[in-house]
Design a protein around this ligand. Sequence first.
Ligand code: AP5
Ligand code: ZN
Length: 217
Amino acid sequence: MRIVLVGPPGAGKGTQAAYLAKNLSIPHISTGDLFRANISQGTPLGKQAKAYMDAGNLVPDEVTIAMAQDRMAQPDAENGFLLDGFPRNVSQAEALDRALADDGVHLDAVLDLEVPEDEVVKRIAGRRICRKNSAHVFHESYSPPKEPGVCDACGGELYQRDDDSEATVRTRLEVYHTQTEPIIDHYKAQGLVVTISALGKVTEVTERAMAALERAG
Ligand code: AP5
Ligand code: ZN
């Protein structure tokens, strides 16, 4: 399956993507994770992206689209993928449409995670991520690690993202409403959007998402 996950910052896209990708045997492709990996490795791409990310703004399209397409061209994504954080504006969605059409394939679904704004603010404020593996995501109160600051899965150090400060989160939410939400209408016109509530336990949301994807696929 070829799936796009969409939802506000902190909705739980990364958390759900880890389970959905495993259940569906497709790679989880997160442009945010790809940028953060470039930043921690000190690459020119990472240096370029960091200032935009720290301010809560989108990284320019030419950089982002090239990076996403490069990742989608890897052999493990040949038969499907779960995109998390891409596309993030209408021109990225149009670029993706063109790239898929060139390959003679199409998206199967756009899964839209709905969460009230006060909840996403709480989720982001408590989020802690593993330095060794960005798929290991915790929350100080909702899913705390057994030992504070230490990843249960691999023992890596847990840290708070630079762009999770209150001021940056406000900008990210505004960017989501003005630039990202319009892609939902873009995909509604293609009959691809399935919307689910992302409230409740992580496992409940995964079950809801799997059921919605089965109906869509
Ligand atoms: P990105 O990394 O994509 O961030 P985001 O979209 O803001 O999303 P988040 O990672 O903040 O949240 P999430 O929905 O994955 O939530 P999570 O699962 O962690 O992008 C970062 C930046 O990179 C952008 O601002 C931009 O600068 C740049 N960028 C990336 N892609 C780009 C693009 N295409 N174009 C241009 N620029 C781009 O969950 C959050 C917390 O909640 C966690 O602590 C988790 O444990 C907890 N949680 C999750 N589910 C539940 C639940 N059901 N109940 C309780 N707690 C939960
Ligand atoms: Zn870890």
